[in-house]
Design a protein around this ligand. Sequence first.
Ligand code: NAP
Length: 505
Amino acid sequence: MNTQRQNPSVVIIGAGMTGIGLAIKLKLAGINNITLLEKAGSVGGTWRENTYPGVACDVPSHAYTYSFAPNPDWSSFFAPGHEICAYFQSVFDRYALAKHTYFNEEVTRCHYERGRWQVETANDKHFEADFLFSATGFLHRPKYPEIPGLENFAGPKMHSARWDHSVELKGKKIGVIGTGSSATQIIPELIDTENTQVSVFQRTAQWIVHTDNKPYSESDKAKFRAKPSRIERVKNLSLYVFEQGTTALTSQSLFYRTMHKLFAWNAVRHLKQKVKDPELRKKLTPDYTFGCKRVVMNGRFYDAMQKPNAHLVTEKIAKVVPNGIVTADGQHHELDILVMATGFDSTAFMRPISLEGRDGITINDVWRKKMVAYRSMCLPGFPNFFLTLGPNSPVGNYSVIAISEKQADYAIQLINAWQSGTLETVEVKRSALDSWYAKLKGKLSHTIWASGCQSWYLDADGDPLTWPDSWKAWTRMMKTCNLDDFEHVSVQAQNDTETYSLAES
Ligand code: NAP
């Protein structure tokens, strides 16, 4: 093995949850020549950027934790955003990642030249590496609503992911556009703020699964510390529930179709128990299949919406005017502050970074017709490049930390194949991507996500960007590499390849 192959250099774009986890996994696998490039001044990604009131994870804390860094100190079953951000910082410190990291280095262009990745930043810095990982997250670029007159609003207006903490909320009339996971966390906080009037502009009612956020006492934490197997138990149980939920959204078996019905029934039961006014309840009742949009997990929204200072508006927004919103029925809703909890561009991935592979092929070229990546990670024409949390990565509501760790393990297997010379470069064949996606698409079109609602799960053609099968099927796929699917495999390796086919799942 030549020296370069023994010690491959790796650039990771992004020091959020995925980038940090990936860097550590690479180090644990003996790959130490790592550079993390982070556009901001600190770590944490989405948890650094989302600081809105009420921000918390709706995946249980112990399941939203790296496998190699359990945390007995979570303050509650669902941890608040700032605590999650602090957790990432502590793991980053524990694994001494600072010496690998450049902060305030926004990557603008990456191109593959002379057999290596050339990476440029907005500060005109240049990095070179054998391998490039995009770990920029997929819910990252705020999506602003296209509403006439939005630019004319005279008061403070902000996206949920760009919260302006200098804005005084007390005593204000606040409008919130959206009722997704972010909005349903923000709204109860705004309603509970002194003397506010909160108008919630709901376009589509959400399916909401009730969650209780139990705080962990000092004694609970001491027990977790004394006996880490307790943490494992909570984690495994939580993940098991998410796994069942995911399978209930994807499986056609009678058992899971029944479970799907039970989930939906339970959500309706919760709505009926919580919301007494039949008119309000009707407005909050979704009219599409449970799970078609990402299910909202929340324990406070329904209570909050019944408080006297909460106003649910279901009329379509016609326009924004300097002092409020006018709805299609002509009603003027006077507002001092406008909050846009309108989600993210889930199809941007690493863009606007300019990404050019072999022979000048760009990411926009390969994604012109369809945004796909082999096993969500590899692209033909882009040797030694890995996408993390790429298209078709979301496995239902399952913990993205667990997903990203499996992706890291998968990439490490391929890097090892490159190190041993089995693969000349890690470059997937076009034919392998096409046949992989053809099988995927066959399944995607029958999933719940394609059952007729609008959501960030869908691409421009209306095809889901999710994984159409169970967590188990996904982990089975990510466990082994089918080296036949890659270019330039040595003859010996061709005889040894392990395969996985979607049909097996
Ligand atoms: P989202 O789920 O995409 O919800 C956006 C909301 O804005 C929807 O209610 C949508 O209505 C509404 N909307 C968008 N454009 C609109 C317009 N022009 N007029 C009226 N309403 C409009 O976004 P999100 O709530 O930020 O959540 C995105 C994802 O982030 C979540 O699904 C989740 O994966 C993640 N997240 C996770 C957590 C967590 O705790 N782990 C917390 C927050 C977010 P329609 O439904 O009609 O489109």
